[in-house]
Design a protein around this ligand. Structure first.
Ligand code: P6P
Length: 304
């Protein structure tokens, strides 16, 4: 099987973008090694959302920052764990990332992930996800894998014992099939539209697949080639919990590249403009037909 370099050179990815992907790849390998051995306790600090940071959150962020600071092509970064975007230099690439999404799942030994969105920009403010030139998710599970798109479809790489990332799946596509990942289920207490949709999925015999980690939950949709992940808003958080820039936009780019869709209930996630780094959005991501169903059933909800 092709390795990371052979694959991207083979599809004509230019040297600068490949160099950025290499920096991401190396940081993922280092994080994968640390997850296995580092304490899963709290770091004693909070992120910009007031959420307790775990030692692993802080460590993963440091690993990524250290890697990116060594790549002069990366001129701007933004991390879900930091309050502001950081200018590193004059590099043409801007990389936003969630260093360890779902990190609290590590202490119950469930899979977690990292999420990266790559732009050519000198600020993330004002961008839309459609401007991304690449997106990567890393899944730290029984295996460490990467799903990558540079705008030419979606492929998977698997980390071997060498360690090396080898191409493990090409041309990942989303078709149809009955699998659902209903996030924020607590919302059904007030959102009858969501309650009715969840009941519809159950009555139709959909298979429930929800771990509480967005990366493994959406990765499952990519690899099974079917399904829908939903995380709606409700009165306590009208825009939902998930962040546009760090989580939803990179996932949406990958999903559209695999023939799926991602919506906030009314428009493509990729067409939402980033007004501020902490921006959250409801998200319905997966097979096109499933996303359309969510738009029909949930798209008219307004905070009452
Ligand atoms: P809930 C993890 O904390 C996360 O940010 C996503 O990875 C995941 O999809 C979501 O929150 C889970 O949220 O409300 O089910 O705990």
């Amino acid at each position: 099987m092709a390795n990371f370099c052979e694959y991207f050179k083979g599809i004509g990815v230019n040297e600068p973008l490949f160099s950025v992907l290499e920096s991401i790849k190396k940081s993922v390998r280092l994080i994968s090694e640390q997850i296995k051995k580092v304490d899963t306790g709290k770091a004693g600090t909070k992120n910009v959302y007031g959420e307790d940071q775990l030692a692993l959150d802080v460590l993963a962020d440091k690993i990524i920052q250290d890697e990116f600071k060594q790549n002069f092509l990366i001129g701007l970064i933004a991390s879900e764990e930091l309050p502001n975007e950081i200018k590193l230099g004059d590099g043409e690439y801007a990389v936003c990332y969630d260093p360890l999404d779902g990190s609290s799942l590590v202490d119950v030994n469930l899979a977690v992930g990292s999420i990266f969105g790559i732009y050519k920009a000198n600020s993330f403010i004002g961008r839309t996800g459609r401007e991304q030139v690449a997106a990567v998710i890393a899944i730290y599970g029984p295996r460490t894998t990467l799903l990558v798109t540079t705008g030419d479809g979606v492929v998977e790489f698997r980390l071997t014992d060498e360690p090396r990332f080898i191409l493990s799946k090409k041309n990942i596509r989303i078709e149809e099939g009955k699998m659902f990942a209903p996030g924020n289920l607590r919302a059904v207490r007030e959102r009858k539209d969501y309650l009715e949709l969840v009941q519809w999925w159950m009555n139709e015999g959909y298979t429930l697949r929800y771990s509480g980690g967005m990366v493994p939950d959406v990765n499952q949709i990519f690899l099974k080639g079917k399904g829908i992940f939903a995380y709606p808003g409700y009165s306590e958080c009208p825009q939902g919990k998930l962040r546009l820039l760090f989580e939803c936009a990179p996932m949406a780019f990958l999903m559209e590249q695999a023939g799926g869709a991602a919506s906030d209930g009314r428009m493509s996630i990729l067409d939402q403009k980033v007004e501020h780094l902490e921006q959250r959005t409801p998200i319905y991501i997966g097979a096109k037909k499933e996303v359309k169903r969510c738009e029909r059933k949930l798209g008219n909800w307004e905070m009452s």
